[in-house]
Write a protein that binds this ligand. Structure first.
Ligand SMILES: [Zn+2]
Length: 284
């Protein structure tokens, strides 16, 4: 059993093209396992291929990120210079293609999928909902947990992506899952726990508090230890003391340490609990 599991990383992205295997070896040598997360068909395929290059400790989830359901901002870290045409078109979720991918490697979940209201209009939100529901259906039929991406628009308090995801899950989902990079309220967290959705915290919990964005300390204090996970979302948003650098899975230790500190529990207890939660949810 590893000491840590980073349940959400993107070592499949272009940002790691130069040193992907070095990063993964560093991760595994540090007794850390990693789940690489697909965001559209190409990054999902890449994540699955990578699981076959390592005997253990490297897993994949496959799915269509809500921002890739429409024309979206092009991120060089994710797709490099190529693929511009592809991202500007947006991808329609093709269940059959993803179903095929499940058989090709150690696929432990579906996503990242969900709702992203950060810079989206009505039309794209409708596309996001449709793609999300289809991914919930794929998760149901393959009995795999959901890797959820949920983001609010701080300028529009009239809608809450966490609540909308909760309602869709209640209506359609038969599986468990995790809300990665959680930045919701205590109420959002409690609703998720009730329906078997774990919450995973990322780099921002180590930053100086910005309560208007998320009151991480209160949310973490209230979240039961058996429902907490930790993720880096590498290459993005590295935790303190690595803030500003390219993120990578070994930094998950800083996030787990901070969770223990906030909860006022011995670090080792939290380390063990979180790894058990991850093993149980993803059946690894
Ligand atoms: Zn991600």
């Amino acid at each position: 059993m590893p000491k840590y599991i980073d349940i959400h990383s993107h070592i499949n992205f272009k940002a790691f093209d130069e040193d992907r295997n070095t990063v993964l070896h560093r991760t595994l040598n540090d007794d850390i396992w990693v789940i690489n997360v697909g965001t559209q068909i190409d990054t999902s395929k890449k994540a699955v291929e990578m699981t076959n290059e390592f005997k253990e400790g490297v897993f994949a989830t496959i799915g269509l990120h809500p921002i890739h359901t429409s024309a979206s901002h092009h991120d060089k870290n994710e797709l490099g210079d190529e693929g511009k045409e592809f991202t500007s078109r947006g991808e329609i979720f093709d269940k059959e293609k993803y179903r095929e991918l499940i058989k090709q490697g150690k696929v432990v979940g579906i996503g990242e999928c969900g709702l992203d209201y950060f810079h989206m209009d009505e039309e794209s939100i409708e596309k996001q909902r449709k793609a999300f529901i289809e991914q919930i259906e794929l998760a149901n039929e393959s009995n795999l947990p959901l890797m959820l991406h949920i983001r609010n628009n701080p300028k529009d308090k009239t809608r809450n992506a966490y609540f909308d995801v909760y309602e869709l899950l209640k209506k359609y989902s038969k599986v468990k899952g995790v809300s990665h990079f959680f930045a919701g309220s205590i109420e959002d967290m409690k609703r998720f726990i009730e329906i078997g959705i774990l919450v995973s915290f990322a780099g921002p919990i180590t930053f100086p508090p910005k309560i208007e964005i998320c009151d991480y300390e209160s949310v973490i204090r209230e979240t039961p230890l058996d429902m907490i996970l930790a993720d880096t979302d590498s290459p993005y948003v590295a935790p303190v003391p690595h803030r500003g650098k390219r993120n990578e899975p070994v930094y998950v230790k800083e996030i787990v340490k901070k969770i223990a500190e906030i909860k006022g529990l011995p670090e080792l207890d939290v380390v063990e609990a979180i790894v058990l939660n991850a093993k149980k949810l993803f059946d690894i």
